[in-house]
Write a new protein. Structure first.
Length: 154
């Protein structure tokens, strides 16, 4: 149950996003949803956008927490790394799902870091993922990212 937001609350949008995720999870798990909703590419694109926004928030929190509280900052940085791994897996799952239209073949929907993908939502998720990957690689060592890779799997 979500409580009413106080006007002086510093985090109303974060609370609303969390409530939205809880609501979405309940609606997917609802026995009233007949037939069960299947996961599709637009769904994973929106989830990837949410995870990427959380990555930016955790990155900022880790950087501002680290100087006065080094241990807490390291824990937040570790959470950032784990969230990046989850974000990377969602991106890979996106590319493994079938395209929405038969006209899109596997080559057109694959992630190509050397060029821009062909149209949305592939365009948005790949651009977002590559931009987030640059930030992660600047602040994380390759050892921290093991055993997960950050490359597209297709």
């Amino acid at each position: 149950m979500t409580s009413a937001l106080r006007p002086d609350d510093a985090h109303p949008y974060l609370r609303a996003a969390s409530a939205g995720i809880r609501h979405h999870t309940r609606s997917l798990a609802s026995p009233d949803a007949r037939p069960p909703r299947r996961t599709d590419r637009p769904h994973l694109d929106v989830l990837h956008a949410h995870l990427t926004a959380l990555l930016h928030l955790l990155d900022h929190l880790a950087e501002t927490t680290r100087p006065p509280h080094p241990t807490a900052g390291r824990h937040l940085a570790s959470a950032h790394t784990r969230l990046w791994q989850a974000t990377s897996e969602v991106h890979s799952a996106f590319h493994l799902l079938p395209a929405d239209t038969p006209a899109e073949d596997a080559e057109a929907s694959a992630c190509h870091p050397e060029r821009l993908p062909e149209g949305p939502p592939v365009l948005t998720i790949c651009q977002r993922h590559l931009a987030a990957g640059h930030v992660v690689r600047r602040r994380t060592t390759p050892t921290d990212l093991r055993p997960h890779t950050t490359a597209c799997v297709r």
